[in-house]
Design a protein. Structure first.
Length: 201
């Protein structure tokens, strides 16, 4: 929270009160408490400089991914950061890798989120970000892409099928998005299935 405020933004925390975690529902809860026309949808366990991405959307980019490499901090590095150490120091749990569109932090106009929201049918961990990236690209076109490092704080992993897949239901739904990726009309059909305000059934 303090890091976002120091960068000049006022964070709104989206909380999902009951049942399995659904990122879409948390974002919808936060959206109801802000009138911002440009949204920075950010996971609570990451940080990246979003200034260039926000400027890009302000200049007309349809949406923006502020980060290039994802740097997953090891447990000891995370403890040091939480105690005040700079983000760039400390060991990683794996080599840095290019982050996926829709994951970590995404900057977009509010009206784009209204027509291409996160899908609340994804419950628990996994695949909701990748599916969202596919939906945003199909609806709005290619994202502006930045190169700033995204730092991911260590935490115990959530229950999941594997390092790659969260659940069988999530895998099945993601594969529908993946299959529709080059056909915007099919992606819009998937989004239409969601129903409810901001995609929350």
């Amino acid at each position: 929270m303090d890091r976002w405020r120091s960068a000049g933004y006022e964070p709104v925390i989206g909380e999902y009160p009951t049942g399995p975690w659904r990122k879409a529902s948390a974002v919808a809860a936060a959206l109801a408490r802000t009138s911002a026309s440009v949204l920075i949808v950010a996971d609570a366990d990451v940080w990246v400089d979003v200034s260039e991405a926000v400027a890009a959307v302000g200049d007309g980019a349809p949406w923006a991914v502020p980060h290039g490499p994802v740097r997953r901090l090891a447990e000891e590095a995370t403890r040091a950061v939480l105690a005040g150490a700079p983000l760039g120091d400390g060991p990683l749990t794996e080599p840095a890798y290019r982050g996926v569109e829709g994951g970590g932090v995404t900057v977009l106009p509010r009206d784009l989120y209204e027509v291409s929201p996160l899908d609340p049918r994804f419950a628990g961990w996994g695949q909701e970000d990748e599916a969202w990236g596919i939906a945003l690209r199909a609806v709005a076109g290619r994202a502006w892409r930045g190169s700033a490092p995204l730092y991911h704080l260590w935490h115990p992993p959530q229950n999941r099928l594997s390092r790659r897949w969260g659940s069988r239901d999530g895998m099945t739904l993601y594969r529908r998005y993946r299959h529709a990726a080059r056909r915007p009309e099919e992606v819009r059909f998937l989004l239409a299935e969601i129903g409810g305000p901001h995609g929350v059934a």
